[in-house]
Every structure is written in structure tokens, then in C-alpha cells.
Design a protein around this ligand. Sequence first.
Ligand code: SAM
Length: 202
Amino acid sequence: MVERQLRRRGITDSRVLAAMTRVPRHRFVPPERQWEAYADYPLPIGAGQTISQPYIVALMTAALELTGTEKILEIGTGSGYQTAILAELAREVRTIERITALSLAAQDRLRTWGYANVRFFIGDGTVGLPDEAPFDRIIATGGFPRLPALLLAQLADSGIFVAPVGGRTFQHLLQVRKHGDTFTQADLGGCRFVPLTGKEGW
Ligand code: SAM
């Protein structure tokens, strides 16, 4: 997976590649799909949701430019796979999921493997966690119809926000960087994510 899907497509961040080598992706998918856990496509995880394909996880994680000191907010815990990658690479992670069963299963997985730097929340992540802000990085693993002002307000100065933004079935993966009161934006390419529901979602 790391050689064929990630390095060959231009993922060069050695910390991201090492984390994706360490985290056992097959433990985050349903037992009947474990044989295809490392395939080059998303997989169902129950409740109509999916775990993103490995390349997208790597691309989004690399776009966060993590050094190990960051406090991160993740919206859309899902299986907890992306959460585990973030926990490997940053200081602390807060992750929010709106579907209780998915969050509880992810909590079980990550606690079993000893990730002590993750805190789980259940609810509408599109409004963020104002009481816990600011965050050095914010990542959303579902699509927004537009850039979410409530979340960008929770970004620390020089912080980075990475999320798909666009239509219900096709979005652009955006990397938004905060500089004081202004933001700059890079388009990392087209993508297909499940939509985020909620106040700033669909
Ligand atoms: N990153 C996850 C993983 O590694 O398995 C995959 C996430 S899946 C593509 C998107 C997730 O966002 C789903 O689990 C969905 O329930 C969740 N979601 C949708 N709307 C949400 C909201 N408003 N707040 C929090 N989570 C939400």
C-alpha cells in the first residue's frame, strides 16, 4: 500500500508514510472486508458511512504539515483509522462523530491500542468545539457545502484546515491556512466524500 498507492502518487512525508505503515488498517474495517482493507478504494464501515481510501488519508494528513507538537480537531471519527494516524503524528487529538455506535467502536479500538492522546466527542462536529479552541489543525473527513466559518474561527494563528468542500457527491479537497485575520487557500484536487450533516454541513 505504502509503495504502490502512496509513494508512487507523490506522498513524500516520511512521518506520514511511517504512521501508515504502523497502523493496522485491517483492524478498522468490518471482519468480512478485512481481506480488502489495503485496497485502493474506500470501504463501508456500517451506518451508511465509509473509511476513506489510503491515498486520501495520506494526502489529507500530509496537507496538515504535522511536526508532533499540534493540537488537532478531527470531524468525522468514523472507524477511527484517520484518528489513529493523527494520534501517531501530533500532540493531542479531539475527534467528533455524530453516530454514537461508530464513535464507541472507534473508542474501543484506540483505547485497546493505548492511544492516550485522543479525546472522543459525540455530536455535530460542524460547529467544532469552541470550549477547546484554538486548534493548530482542523481536519474534516466528510464534505461541506461551503467553507465553515464557525470552524475557521477556531483555528489558531498559522493554523491549517483541511477538508472537502463542494457538492453532495463531488468536492474539492481544500487546504486553508490562517495568517492573522486572513486566509489563503490551496486546491489539492477533486474528491468524493460522504456529506457532513449538521449546522455547517448539509
Ligand atoms: N475518517 C473516518 C475513518 O477513518 O474511518 C471516515 C469518516 S467518514 C468518510 C465521515 C464520517 O463523518 C462518518 O462517520 C459520519 O457519520 C461523520 N459525520 C457526518 N456528519 C457529521 C457531523 N456533523 N459531525 C460529526 N461527524 C459527522
